[in-house]
Write a protein that binds this ligand. Structure first.
Ligand code: AMP
Ligand code: MG
Length: 477
């Protein structure tokens, strides 16, 4: 079935990057149904929510293709858990096209779970409803927290039942991303030794994400991505987010958080936190994320090495200098974010030590990462700190001395009260699998305003009860 291209989808990626994708005629699904539509996002993108209500089930499941457009599966390579895989690609996702919003920003519309592609390998190309909803909830929460991220436009159920950790309805998530260009996309052409194609890809990536640097070539792209990733990972660290699978194919050149698989937010602060069941070595544990970010940037520098400079030694030095800047920018950004979380005015040399002392106390106290900062702020207002563990109370005089007489900034404007708590997410997903979407929509409403106390929503701010136990996530592929 084909219908009028009312979404105005474009295909600049397909036009510019022949060889980096496979065109797909999606099989579609006999009984797709629109379950969730993100109307505010649709409107922000300049898409008509009423049109999506009417045609979303067909179009956003790949069961109908818009006239003049051609869905495609993107090819990429990537380092997975440290090992290079030369042949990855969209195994369960399709790019149906690009939309340009009223402000002129271009976004990919990507259908995750729309069926098999030439990159599916052993996979079935499908996604389960709980994993689609999980990505929807967590990515929209990230957006509300002000963290660069791909977003979620819709969830369509397919009418099929599929088997993962548990039997679940099949579903397709419509992901909206500034693009799906990844470090792994560059690694694919680099591994094929196709210098011209790599050059074309660099140029396309610059035009799309860093147009002001479009004349700077591979060096400009490397520097821009390093800076964007440094700022992104600093934000994850400030909010207690564990991505869980920072493979180079899951690192977006745009600097958006992408691929919400086994990710989760920490409750109790512990830098060794790992949620993903497949991350046995803790490679992607919370405290390791800055180091992994640097490792990933080194892979990007390697992929671009031939284009960085004519002379190999000069190229290596350039790459190294970018890595050094990545690390210092990440640290500086993180320090600024943490200063804001603690309401510190200005910047002083000892701030790093002051912040580290608090984190060490929080680790010993197994304090809730999110709530500790809210309690610190509340304590300042009320001159008491009743809810704080003695380990943290012992640190308070240092903080108060640093604050001095200055009124601390509005801490609660940068410290969220609501994050997607794992037990709340699981509760919502279980209800959804049982046919009740209520807890999911309620959770989405609360998470859309993470900094503001919402009457009646106290339970959403609380850490998981003991009975919830140790949380493990799955890739759910
Ligand atoms: P991810 O862990 O989501 O980054 O996925 C890694 C790779 O496996 C990507 O190339 C995916 O397209 C592919 N993949 C994941 N799940 C499936 C599936 N159910 N069917 C086919 N390919 C999949
Ligand atoms: Mg991926």
């Amino acid at each position: 079935m084909s219908i009028d291209n009312a979404l105005g989808l474009e295909h600049t990626y397909a036009a510019a990057l022949e060889g980096l994708y496979a065109p797909i005629d999606p099989a579609g699904f006999p009984q797709p149904a629109l379950l969730l539509l993100n109307r505010p996002l649709a409107t922000a993108l300049g898409l008509d929510p009423a049109w999506l209500e009417a045609h979303g089930a067909a179009v956003l499941s790949g069961s109908a293709v818009l006239e003049g457009t051609r869905p495609l599966a993107q090819a990429y390579a990537g380092h997975q858990f440290g090992h290079f895989n030369p042949r990855l690609g969209d195994g369960r996702a399709l790019l149906i096209g690009e939309v340009v919003d009223p402000a002129g920003h271009r976004f990919d519309l990507h259908l995750k779970g729309a069926g098999t592609t030439p990159f599916s390998r052993q996979g079935d190309g499908r996604a389960a409803l709980d994993s689609a909803l999980r990505e929807y909830i967590v990515s929209e929460a990230m957006h509300a927290l002000g963290i660069p991220t791909t977003r979620s436009l819709a969830v369509v159920t397919t009418g099929e039942t599929i088997l993962r950790q548990r039997a679940a309805p099949g579903a397709v998530l419509t992901r909206v991303a500034a693009s799906h260009l990844r470090i792994g996309t560059l690694e694919l052409f680099a591994s094929l030794d196709d210098r011209d194609a790599l050059q074309r890809l660099v140029q396309y990536s610059l035009q799309r994400h860093y147009p002001e640097r479009a004349h700077g070539g591979a060096v400009a792209l490397l520097e821009a991505v390093a800076s964007a990733q440094a700022r992104l990972i600093a934000r994850w660290m400030a909010v207690g987010f564990v991505h869980g699978v920072m493979n180079t194919d899951n690192v977006a050149l745009s600097g958006e958080t992408i691929d919400f698989g086994p990710c989760a937010f920490m409750d109790a602060y512990d830098p060794d936190t790992v949620f993903s069941q497949i991350d046995q070595q803790g490679r992607y544990r919370f405290g390791h994320q800055p180091g992994i970010g640097a490792w990933n940037m080194a892979r990007m520098a390697e992929a671009l090495l031939e284009l960085l400079a004519d002379d190999r030694q000069a190229a290596i030095e350039l790459g190294q200098a970018t890595l050094d800047r990545f690390q210092s920018e990440l640290r500086a950004t993180w320090l600024d974010l943490m200063r804001a979380k603690l309401g510190l005015p200005g910047a002083e040399d000892d701030d790093g030590a002051l912040i580290q002392a608090l984190l060490d106390a929080m680790a010993r106290a197994r304090a809730d990462y999110t709530l500790t900062f809210r309690r610190l702020a509340d304590g300042l207002e009320h001159e008491t700190q009743p809810d704080l563990h003695p380990e943290i109370r012992a640190w308070l005089p240092r903080w108060r001395a640093r604050l001095g007489a200055s009124a601390p900034k509005q801490m609660n404007q940068v410290n969220p009260l609501y994050i997607p708590r794992n037990h709340k997410v699981e509760e919502a997903l279980s209800a959804a699998l049982a046919g009740d979407l209520g807890p999911t929509t309620r959770l989405l409403e609360v998470l859309a305003r993470p900094f503001e106390a919402q009457p009646g929503c106290e339970a959403y701010a609380e850490p998981a009860p003991e009975s919830f136990g140790c949380y493990q996530t799955h890739c759910n592929t």
